[in-house]
Ligand binder design. Sequence first.
Ligand code: ATP
Ligand code: MG
Length: 392
Amino acid sequence: MKEIILAKYGEIILKGGNRPKFESILVGNIKNSLKNVAETDVRLAQATVYVEVADEDKMDIVMERLTKIFGIVTVTRAAVCEKNIEDIKAKAKEYLKKDLTDGKRFKVEAKRSDKKFPYNSPQICMEVGGYLDDEYPGIIVDVHNPDVTVKVEVRDFAAYVYANENKVQGQGGMPIGTGSKATLLLSGGIDSPVAGHMISKRGVEIDAVNFFSFPYTSDRAKEKVIELASILAQYTSKINLYIVPFTEIQLQIRDKCPEEHMTLVMRRFMMRIAERLAAKHNSRALITGESVGQVASQTLAALDVTNAAVDMPVLQPLIGMDKIEIIDRAHEIGTYETSILPYEDCCTVFTPKHPTTNPKRENIEKSERRLDGETLIEAALAGVEKIEVYPK
Ligand code: ATP
Ligand code: MG
């Protein structure tokens, strides 16, 4: 039996006159994401994306990819029927054999967007429901509390049948490419990949920056960051990752600044360098993974001092989340297992014993003046390595 995948989108529907533009970006993203996976035909009509897959064995992988594309709310496989009621009934019976087992309570819901079809929606429900009830004597009609909702959609080119319960949740959000670009400060930790996912889910393209302190941080730590970027790229497509050599800055901070100021001075250097890279690559904002109070450098006073180092907006999508909530998200998006690999991050190597939790901006700035900031930043930028990271 011929099957198709139906992907429904969400928020784009609210876009009024801009809707066609958002739709065409979504379809472009879908085609791009599937091009190396399977031969497919992707069409959009009536708020639904229809994906035909040439090779039936590739249906599952295509489904899996579609659940990672921002903008899509649900994805389902469906049987393709001819637009006549007899074929719809026959296909519904055959296709839903595994769902309509004895004792199951069911109902039929129909949607007819082709108004020329001779049965209206209630009539389709009656016809198909009555037929299934006759053909499967063990099932029970229950319109209030069904186990299985049989969906029949009569559309322009064909009719489709599926069980609502077999729908898979998509990511939701907005298609990438509808919301300009931001630069994610990507550490090897749990938080920043989640922060990147949350902002890209709003349609924002992402560049990533990692600060790397060789030899204090190992090549394995770098591999871990690349791996995290490649997991994020499953949602965003290719990510440009900029690796910034940070050792010299950290050594100078350690040697010249008061120990309790080390972390904040370091964070401010990161922000400034990220801002320069962002501006160069047309990003409109920075993204970091802080949440209020999580560690000493994430008190409100410390966040103020850190963010004051830059003019660009700093997006901190995790700001009000608990660690447990962030970890749940990391599991959902698939970054957690990589994030907890034990390789050191550049910050963990130079962590003060007693970091200040209530810093004053002028004191931190005074510590900073012991360094030749501009020269250090330019040297770091001159050593940046760019890595194009593709979906894992
Ligand atoms: P994460 O889990 O993302 O590492 P964290 O809770 O360890 O966060 P901090 O170490 O205080 O927090 O860092 C705060 C934010 O600064 C991170 O979420 C990340 O955006 C950025 N950051 C920290 N270290 C690096 C690094 N080595 N490279 C790039 N960004 C970094
Ligand atoms: Mg960290």
